[in-house]
Write a protein that binds this ligand. Structure first.
Ligand code: GRF
Length: 221
């Protein structure tokens, strides 16, 4: 592969609210040279997010934008967009960001914002996915990387990791097994995007120019 010049290196902005283990694997993948990109800013809506500590340790600029400081969802999203656009990122990575966006924001970042969701979308959108998967007695659960659209957890799917649900699983045990897979598939999808291989075109996901099925590429490790 030819050497990318500094100007061509994709800039990423990461949004999170909590632990930031997905941020950490991204930091590690970039440090290892597996992904050629820079994380120019990490934004959290929670000042005590562990993800901010991880960013500081890696020397990444951080900002706290607390949704409680804003009178409306629109005003919060406007501030987010301002902070993100200031960095002119090629890609915005949602890594456990626990706020619902306005349509203005999702429209603004159409095709350049990825999320990871702990279920096999379109199953179990929203929260408590592991509890709901166990209650529904599904055999297969997992995680999905998808482009963000105005529908919560409803954007076009890129990659899905399948995780079996075992008989004695608690939500906690299942969540831990799913998280291991998240840490594998999210860096893969981000790498594809950064290399220009992954694109969104008219709401269809293109990988190397070929349209993916609606449930994306299945991944089983
Ligand atoms: C992950 O389970 C992810 O799927 C969901 O939020 C969680 C974030 O975990 N969107 P972490 O903060 O990256 O550890």
């Amino acid at each position: 592969m030819h050497q990318q010049s500094l100007q061509q290196i994709p800039r990423l902005v990461v949004l999170l609210s909590g632990g930031g283990s997905n941020l950490q694997v991204l930091i590690d993948a970039i440090a290892a040279g597996a992904i050629v990109a820079t994380i120019d800013l990490v934004i959290s809506n929670k000042a005590d997010a562990m993800g901010l500590v991880r960013a500081h340790k890696a020397g990444i600029e951080t900002r706290v934008i607390n949704h409680l400081d804003f009178g409306s969802r629109e005003a919060f999203d406007r501030e987010l967009m301002h902070a993100i656009d200031d960095k002119q990122p090629e890609l915005i990575v949602l890594a456990g960001f626990m706020r619902v966006f306005t349509a203005q924001l999702t429209h603004h970042y159409n095709g350049r914002m990825l999320n990871i969701h702990p279920s096999l979308l379109p199953q179990f959108k929203g929260t408590n996915t592991h509890e709901r998967a166990i209650e529904a007695e599904v055999d297969q659960h997992g995680a999905s990387v998808h482009f963000v659209s105005s529908e919560l957890d409803g954007g076009p799917v890129v990659l899905q990791a399948l995780v079996p649900v075992l008989e004695l699983d608690s939500p906690r045990v299942l969540a831990a097994r799913v998280l291991v897979q998240e840490h594998i598939i999210y860096p893969i999808a981000i790498k594809w995007f950064c290399e220009g291989r992954l694109k969104l075109n008219n709401n269809a996901v293109l990988m190397d120019g070929h349209q993916l099925p609606v449930t994306g590429i299945p991944f089983q490790s």
